[in-house]
Design a protein around this ligand. Structure first.
Ligand SMILES: [Zn+2]
Length: 106
């Protein structure tokens, strides 16, 4: 196994009105559609902590949801304030990189 550190963002920015763009330390880049990222929230309001099952209803998230603010959390994550009022979601680098793997062309 490689002992290389896991990829971390070297730049986090907005892409257009709503999407979130991340450039990674391994040279890759990803553009997360806002709603995709919102639905991937792992906080206790969105995911059952006991079962790991998503309790967030997809239909409850507006199609045009977008981040109002993106704030760093330590050196390992970002916290996103969403236009639907949700603001408890923390996205770790590990989670974001795994989500990036679900995007086409990553
Ligand atoms: Zn959440």
């Amino acid at each position: 196994m490689s002992a290389a550190p896991p990829p971390s963002p070297v730049e986090i920015s907005r892409s257009g009105e709503s999407d979130v763009r991340i450039r990674w330390s391994d040279g890759k880049a990803s553009v997360f559609p806002a709603r995709f990222l919102r639905l991937a929230c792992r906080c206790a309001h969105c995911v059952d902590e006991m079962t790991g099952r998503r309790v967030l209803q997809e239909s409850s998230v507006p199609q045009d949801v977008r981040p109002l603010a993106i704030a760093p959390v330590g050196r390992y994550a970002i916290e996103i304030q969403w236009s639907d009022g949700h603001r408890t979601g923390i996205y770790t680098w590990d989670l974001l990189y795994r989500l990036a793997g679900q995007l086409p062309g990553f």
